[in-house]
Design a protein around this ligand. Structure first.
Ligand SMILES: [Zn+2]
Length: 593
């Protein structure tokens, strides 16, 4: 990235993060931390916390986290180097730059963005001014887009010839390729990637142009839509969301974002007064998309073609709801319509469908019930069973149960019977899944229970290291990510910043969360013994499962199980001296080495 590592560190150390953040939200000192309303999401009770000493922030609402550099990147729309330069200027630090190559990488991205930007202008100019663009203009007019809309969304037209853009840009084939605009054909001639298409430029959330979606004209050739290829250096279809640059303001204000399927749906939504609309570009929604959307709003309304609605795999949606604390709803559009069309024919109906969006599962059930036939008792049962089958996929038993009651009520069947019937109703989710489903639920409760003590252990390790460092072991951390966090801190010799840099995202986010939380007042002996008790309990359960499964009742194994259980009982009370923990620690050390 080009700036001398030492200087970046100096910028981080000498920047007053509280002062930087105070320009965007009012922070006040609460206990050992600074708190305020989150500048990244809309909220009434402050859940944004800053650790002044370590120079990091964490939002307990939207999970935004980082240091002064990350903060400035997000808030001032700068890249990494730009953010460091911004802070260095404030702190009066003159930066030194490393070797040219790295500087060139930074420059390269900028260069490619500029090229795509030039292409945006070129295509737009062609659309407006070229006589040959008439069919394209007519197509847009038929969708209800006038000239202002074309300008607002920078719409364009790619000429039909092989190399109009290439000639206009006059750059190397490598540049064309890296920017996703064209390449070199087998005769060694440059060609344009998009030809005779209506062009929808795609911007990232910061408003930088990164790629295009090109729509075929009604009598054109090839696929209906063609998107910038993933081989382009500044474009990734699994991450990019069309319209996010325009949607983010309203999404933040209303804590909701609308996800459509296509470019014209997003524009249509805008025309109907829904500015919080985005679309994935030529791909189904990925988990990267879900994660990115979470940064802007906690609730997602899927506004898909009526025929495709609910096609999103239920399992993935439930997984994302849980993993990212997102809520998914579906807008129930009139049959045979998509948001783009509906915005033209009946914009009020589109707004209503979005406003009245139903929870994902409710939508699926309602649709099933609507299709069903309730004219005879046999058909009522059959319809109830079909609807209940959808319910079996939901991971939460309480949610499942309330839908079962609802279905039973609508179909006039006995809820008790339907509940019982649910046991055999899941041919798509065999027994194994049901077991693991229950396993997940148990594990989750367990994790939350232990996460607190793991968090405390990590916090003491970072703030009062000498009290605990000699007693901790990887095996004492039961959550994978907490164990990794512990190992990373140890690899970094206890240095928070070094650990954060080494860690992958989920781990570094845990580390930031730990130091941004109010410091624990627990003493290390208490934390350590609770951590040990849980680890021993878990290990004992694990070993007895092994014994049962393998029908192995060796003396040694049974002794271990018994020893661990007796330790769990002993540890219900915190010992007076850490020495009392040593035998058990020793047991773990030898058992896991
Ligand atoms: Zn937040």
């Amino acid at each position: 990235m080009g700036i001398v590592e030492e200087d970046i560190r100096r910028v981080r150390d000498e920047t007053d993060i509280v002062q930087i953040i105070n320009q965007h939200t009012q922070l006040r000192k609460v206990g050992t931390r600074w708190q305020g309303s989150c500048p990244f999401h809309d909220e009434n009770t402050p859940s944004f916390s800053v650790n002044f000493e370590l120079g990091v922030y964490y939002c307990f609402g939207c999970r935004a986290s980082g240091d002064a550099i990350t903060f400035v990147r997000e808030k001032e729309n700068l890249d990494f180097a730009g953010a460091v330069e911004y802070l260095a200027a404030k702190a009066n630090i003159s930066l030194r730059y490393t070797d040219k190559n790295e500087n060139e990488t930074k420059g390269r991205r900028q260069e490619l963005l500029e090229l795509v930007g030039k292409a945006v202008n070129f295509y737009h100019d062609c659309l407006i001014n070229q006589p040959e663009a008439r069919p394209a203009r007519e197509y847009l007019k038929s969708r209800g887009y006038n000239r202002e809309i074309a300008a607002q969304f920078s719409l364009g037209w790619a000429p039909a010839e092989w190399d109009n853009l290439a000639k206009h840009l006059h750059v190397s084939a490598e540049d064309l390729q890296d920017a996703g605009l064209g390449g070199l054909n087998r005769y060694g001639k440059q060609y344009d990637f998009f030809r005779d298409r209506v062009m929808f430029p795609i911007f990232n959330e910061r408003g930088e142009p990164v790629g295009f979606g090109g729509r075929q004209l009604p009598e054109g050739e090839g696929p209906k839509y063609k998107n910038t290829s993933d081989a382009a250096k500044i474009y990734s279809k699994s991450q990019v969301l069309y319209g996010l640059n325009w949607a983010k303001t309203e999404a933040g204000r209303l804590s909701e974002i609308v996800v459509c399927e296509g470019y014209t749906d997003v524009i249509g939504a805008h025309l109907a007064g829904i500015e919080r609309a985005v679309a994935t570009c030529g791909t189904a929604m990925t988990s990267d998309h879900a994660k990115k959307l979470r940064r802007f709003a906690p609730r997602i309304v899927l506004a898909y073609d009526a025929d495709n609605a609910g096609q999103a795999a239920a399992e993935r949606v439930y997984g994302w709801e849980e993993e990212f604390e997102l809520e998914f709803a579906i807008a129930d559009l009139p049959e045979g319509s998509d948001p783009g069309e509906l915005s033209r024919k009946d914009p009020a109906a589109l707004r209503r469908a979005v406003e009245e969006a139903k929870p994902f599962l409710q939508f699926l059930i309602d649709r099933e019930l609507k299709r069903g036939d309730l004219s005879t008792p046999e058909r009522q049962v059959r319809t109830a069973e079909e609807a209940a089958r959808l319910v079996t996929e939901h991971p939460n038993p309480m949610v499942r149960d309330s839908y079962v009651i609802q279905i039973a009520d609508t179909c006039h069947v006995n809820p008790e019977d339907l509940r019982r019937r649910m046991q055999d109703l899941a041919p798509r989710t065999p027994t194994q899944k049901r077991i693991s489903e229950e396993g997940i639920e148990k594990e989750k409760v367990f994790k939350i229970e232990i996460a607190e003590v793991e968090r405390q252990a990590l916090e003491i390790l970072l703030h009062r290291r000498e009290e605990i460092v000699d007693y901790l072991l990887p095996a004492l951390f039961l959550t994978g990510v907490a164990r990794e966090a512990y190992e990373t801190v140890e690899d970094a010799n206890g240095d928070f910043h070094a650990a954060r840099e080494m860690a992958e995202e989920s781990v570094s986010s845990i580390l930031v969360e730990v130091v941004a939380s109010e410091a624990t007042e627990e003493d290390s002996l208490g934390v350590l013994s609770r951590l040990l008790a849980l680890a021993a309990e878990q290990k004992a359960a694990e070993l007895s499962a092994v014994a049962k499964r393998e029908d192995n009742y060796d003396r040694e194994l049974l002794d271990d199980i018994q020893y661990l259980r007796s330790q769990v009982a002993t540890l219900r009370e915190v010992p007076e001296d850490v020495k009392a923990l040593k035998p058990l620690l020793e047991w773990f050390r030898s058992a896991t080495s």
